[in-house]
Design a protein. Structure first.
Length: 101
């Protein structure tokens, strides 16, 4: 029996922290996106970072429905590989249409 995180940090502090984090990142991204030189590659990098973060987060996340561990792991791997494939397609299209700066 271990110490639960919920008993150490109240839920409202956790919610407040995440809201402050999201607000800070939103303000930073809005500021950065208004700078000269911000273009399609920057938007791609931002979207790719979000997609890859979402993909890797699926591995430690408990499944939404009861499933054997190997099925859950295979499903996560398939979706992560699909995400990487999608990013590879976007990179190829960007290279074809937009020169890197």
């Amino acid at each position: 029996m271990g110490i639960k995180l919920e008993s150490i940090v109240p839920a409202w502090i956790t919610v407040g922290f995440y809201l402050a984090l999201y607000a800070t990142m939103t303000m930073l991204i809005l500021r950065w996106s208004r700078r000269m030189g911000w273009g399609p590659w920057h938007r791609f990098a931002l979207g790719a970072a979000c997609l890859v973060t979402y993909a890797w987060h699926g591995f430690p996340q408990p499944p939404s429905f009861p499933a054997p561990a190997h099925v859950d792991l295979i499903g996560n791997a398939v979706f992560a590989l699909a995400a990487l494939g999608l990013l590879a397609i976007v990179v190829a299209r960007l290279r074809h249409t937009v020169p890197a700066t």
